[in-house]
Each structure stands twice: as C-alpha cells, then as structure tokens.
Design a protein. Sequence first.
Length: 151
Amino acid sequence: MNTDMLISAAGLLPDIKLASKTGLTTATGIIVDQHMRTSCQDIYALGDCAEYNGQVFSYIEPIRRQANAIASDIFRDDDYFVAQPPLIRVKIPSFPLSVCLKQKLNNTITSCINPQDNNRIDYFDEHQQIGFVLSGKSAQQCSNLYQELLS
C-alpha cells in the first residue's frame, strides 16, 4: 500500500486548525464516518482529532478499534468503527486502574464496593450496572467485565 503523506499528532484535545485549513469538515474534531474517512474520502482520521457521531474518542482502546476500521476499509473488509464507551486503562505500576462508564454519573447513580473484591467499585443506575472501576491486580482482569457491561 502506498501513501503520499502521514501526519501524526498526539494529545487529548482535538486540534483541528490544519484540517480546517485544508477544507475537511470539522466540528469539535474532524468529522469521520464509520470507516474513519473524513469528508475527503482518501483521508482518514482517528484518535483525539476524529469526531464520530458527535463524540471524540481519546483513549487507546477505541483508537485501536478505529485503526482496525481504517485497515478494514483499505483492504475492503466489512469491519467498521462502533461507538461504545471506552475502556480506560491507567498503567501506573504502583496503582493500575481500569475504568469504564456507559454514561455520565449523576445524582441517581449508586456505587458499591464489590464484597468479593475490595479493588472493585461497580456503578448502577437503578439496578442496571453502568460502569466499574478496578484497581490493583483486579485492573488486569477487566476484559470480561467490559464485554459484559457492553452486552
């Protein structure tokens, strides 16, 4: 696969100046479709500069899925990006964390420390789990819980 140019930038807030100057459609970020294509079909965007359905995804887990969607589009596969709450992993050796929230917390949200695991906090809206925080060794065991939360 050949390309003319690759531009890389890193941060947590979209910087859309260059994209705007080149005529790409922007809002908070560079507007992309489910294949991460911009308003110019030969240009892709991902990560903290890409806006899909009004949301910017700034964490590693959704960026990996965005990269997979781009590769799938280039190779004409059927995979595409699906917006879902990101799994956020903070890899501090002395206190690792894994966090996922399906929605913003508000006054009606309750939390409870899991009695089987004091390194886990679950968040509920009514009786439905909407998120979790895992710390320590539990933080490494987040994949199954993440899949359950999204199903």
